[in-house]
Design a protein. Structure first.
Length: 133
């Protein structure tokens, strides 16, 4: 419940919490808000030249997000515009739940995510190549 309390203005946090309490939506809204925050600051984040600069920008993200309605709209539009993003998000959620259940180390989790991303890229490029033939 404390997610975004130090990142977003209090009015926006309360609106996110309102949506969080809706039965069919649940915790999905938290991921969508995170995506919206990243999307809203995408040009600045992509222009970073090193990790320290990226960390500084990520700490600043969301402090001016007073329009909760627009923030939620961006989060929902961003994922709906990218069907693959839904699949990736779902896969990451499954990995996280599984790894929490078996208490897998963060390093092993990161390794597993990287393997799945690589496998997805390989299968996607194969599908694109066969579609072009």
């Amino acid at each position: 419940m404390c997610l975004y309390t130090n990142t977003l203005p209090s009015e926006t946090v309360l609106r996110v919490w309102d949506v969080l309490m809706l039965p069919p939506v649940g915790s999905v809204v938290l991921a969508r808000v995170g995506i919206a925050l990243l999307k809203s600051d995408e040009p600045r984040l992509l222009s970073t030249s090193d990790f320290c600069q990226l960390a500084d920008r990520l700490q600043q993200i969301g402090h001016a997000a007073y329009d909760a309605r627009e923030l939620l709209a961006v989060g929902y539009r961003s994922l709906n515009a990218m069907p693959a993003a839904r699949k990736v998000l779902s896969t990451l959620q499954q990995i996280h739940k599984t790894n929490c259940a078996v208490r897998q180390s963060p390093e092993a989790t990161i390794h597993e995510v990287r393997q799945r991303i690589q496998a997805h890229r390989v299968s996607s490029s194969g599908e694109a190549g066969s579609a072009m033939r």
